[in-house]
Design a protein around this ligand. Structure first.
Ligand SMILES: Cc1cc2nc3c(=O)[nH]c(=O)nc-3n(C[C@H](O)[C@H](O)[C@H](O)COP(=O)(O)OP(=O)(O)OC[C@H]3O[C@@H](n4cnc5c(N)ncnc54)[C@H](O)[C@@H]3O)c2cc1C
Length: 539
């Protein structure tokens, strides 16, 4: 570590060097194992190049700038005309350019808008996980664009025009009709003031108008409002229906989207989330009238996977920062990472990252194979909500513990920990909050025979203590999801991680109940050493 005695009164020493210019792929043993186990071994060189690029000091600095300079709404221009545009910092645009060039918004689709062959999901998940470690705000429009194509399949003629533009690897931020652009992004508007979970309560109305519809109403949350078009739900004569609502009408005039306000958010600062009114807005129908929920649910499974992958990424970055700091910081004559209690905390945390990584990549593999294998489809059906619930709920407490490992430095904005901490809760809230995931798991278990059989198999693992669970009991759905996540994490670790890791997980997470706080698992010295060695290869 370079010590810089720049003060007259004292020398600065015993501070950890910045965690930057790291290879986000090669420094992450669990990620490499999960990628290889889940069918993407041929992608390793490309993923390593991505990991090197995203781990540079420049990318970390860009991420800081994108979040220190949040987007600004220009509802009106200087003459009082409506403008309804959002201005983003150049750093945000740079991330959009990088992620779109790397096809994070597109690589799981073929040019015809069909699912790309395996291991497209696993490979993309690896990139998404690394990108989330650096800057998560811009991933909101990235994830929505890739997921929206699943819903657009319900309108093949419209999809034939939109998909090629949405798959473009050019980021084109200009405010003009998507047909005239070299690339486009897609957003999603479901949540209204009176209800986000219960979208049947939507009051926004869509009136048929020739081949299209006129939409009138509002959305209480509409993120990334500079997307070129949005999948929205509105009440058509035949019931709640999905629409594609572009920023410009088909005749080239600006469409009736009135951006009222940007949300003043806890985190996710680089990304804009707006409140919007639709004033006689032009829109195309996607799917049948009345089939709105079914249509838009096609995209939600994909965004839920991304929430879990991003949360695993946040946990990984928090862990890496903590281990790195503790290796360099000395307290009472020893490096922090040699203090027994700190070792217990870090190793306990590292085990949860191992499990989160194994689980999200196992889930990505299920999505890769779901079309041809009903058992994999059933896995994806129940494990997407259970994984989203579990990992997104773990992340905030995890990041807090990592922050504490850095002491006071972890609490101040010079460190990335405050940003990771503010970011962590949103993945649990949007795309279906925790309880909604529980309802979804119960629904799948009631309706899908393959899912029920898979569930019965998982129930024989120690996670369930042999206890049968009543899938009709909503009140215990969180318990069911927690056990499912633990059982599936163990199974995933068994496949992708060394036996020492999966056995440590079994002993400390399945056979004995893990305490609410990190540092309480009885890992023992050899498992602790092994987990810390794997957590970060340096030293
Ligand atoms: C930063 C941010 C950006 C967002 N961007 C978008 C966007 O782009 N597009 C969009 O459409 N939405 C967006 N949302 C909205 C988000 O998806 C909703 O906030 C979320 O779906 C919850 O809806 P709600 O806020 O209306 O809460 P409610 O639906 O009122 O739910 C409140 C709580 O009740 C729980 N709950 C609901 N039903 C039940 C039940 N039957 N049993 C037990 N518990 C239940 C929920 O889990 C939740 O915890 C965004 C939210 C945030 C925070």
């Amino acid at each position: 570590m370079a010590e810089c005695p720049r003060f007259d009164t004292h020398e600065v020493f015993n501070q950890s060097p910045p965690y930057e210019n790291v290879d986000l792929f090669l420094s992450d043993v669990a990620l490499q194992e999960a990628v290889k186990t889940n069918g993407a071994v041929a992608e390793v060189p490309a993923l390593a190049a991505f990991g090197r690029q995203w781990g540079t000091a420049e990318m970390f600095a860009l991420a800081r700038r994108a979040n220190e300079n949040p987007p600004k709404l220009h509802a009106f221009d200087g003459k009082g005309f409506r403008s309804d545009r959002v201005e983003f910092h150049p750093a945000y645009h740079q991330f959009m350019r990088e992620s779109i060039a790397a096809a994070l918004h597109a690589s799981t689709w073929t040019g015809q808008g069909r699912r790309a062959p395996a291991p497209a999901e696993v490979t993309r998940a690896a990139r998404f996980y690394m990108a989330a470690q650096v800057e998560t705000g811009h991933l909101c429009p990235i994830t929505m664009t890739r997921a929206a194509l699943a819903a657009l399949a319900a309108a093949p003629a419209l999809a034939a025009k939109v998909v090629p533009k949405a798959l473009s690897r050019n980021y084109d931020p200009l405010f003009r009709p998507w047909r005239d652009k070299s690339g486009m992004t897609l957003g999603m508007g479901m949540t209204e003031k009176q209800g986000g979970t219960d979208v049947r309560a939507n009051t926004t109305v869509a009136t048929p108008d020739g081949d299209a519809y006129t939409v009138t109403g509002h959305k209480w949350f509409l993120s990334a409002p500079m997307c070129d078009a949005f999948l929205v739900l509105a009440q058509a004569p035949g019931g709640l229906t999905c629409f594609l609502l572009p920023r410009f009408r088909d005749d080239g005039a600006v469409n009736g989207l009135r951006l009222q306000r940007l949300k003043d958010k806890l985190g996710n600062r680089s990304n804009a989330s707006s409140e919007v009114e639709f004033a006689d807005a032009f829109a195309w129908r996607v799917g049948e009238e009345g089939a709105g929920i079914r249509t838009i649910l096609q995209m939600v499974q994909l965004t839920r996977l991304d929430c879990a992958v991003a949360s695993a990424g946040l946990m990984r970055m928090a862990l890496a920062q903590a281990v790195h700091h503790c290796r360099h910081r000395r307290v009472f004559g020893k490096a922090l990472c040699d203090q027994p209690m700190m070792r217990a905390v870090l190793a306990d945390m590292a085990l949860d990252v191992e499990a989160a990584v194994a689980l999200v990549f196992r889930l990505a593999r299920a999505l890769d194979r779901a079309e041809e294998d009903p058992v994999e489809a059933a896995y994806a059906r129940i494990m997407t909500p259970a994984t989203k619930y579990w990992i997104c709920k773990l992340a905030p407490g995890f990041v807090f513990e990592a922050m504490e490992c850095l002491g006071g430095n972890g609490y101040v904005e010079d460190s990335p920990l405050p940003r990771l901490y503010r970011e962590a809760p949103v993945n649990a809230i949007w795309e279906g909050s925790g309880n909604v995931m529980g309802l979804d798991v119960l629904r799948a278990l009631k309706q899908d025979g393959d899912a029920e059989r898979l569930f019965s198999r998982l129930q024989t693992t120690p996670a369930f203590d042999g206890a049968g669970l009543d899938v009709a009991d909503e009140a215990s759905a969180r318990t069911t999801m927690g056990k499912l996540a633990l059982a599936a994490s163990f199974a995933a670790l068994n496949e992708s991680a060394p036996t020492a890791v999966s056995e440590t997980f079994r002993k400390t997470r399945l056979e004995s109940r893990h305490g609410a706080l990190y540092g309480t698992a009885e890992l023992g010295p050899s498992a602790t050493d092994m987990l810390l060695r794997r957590a970060l290869p340096e030293c």
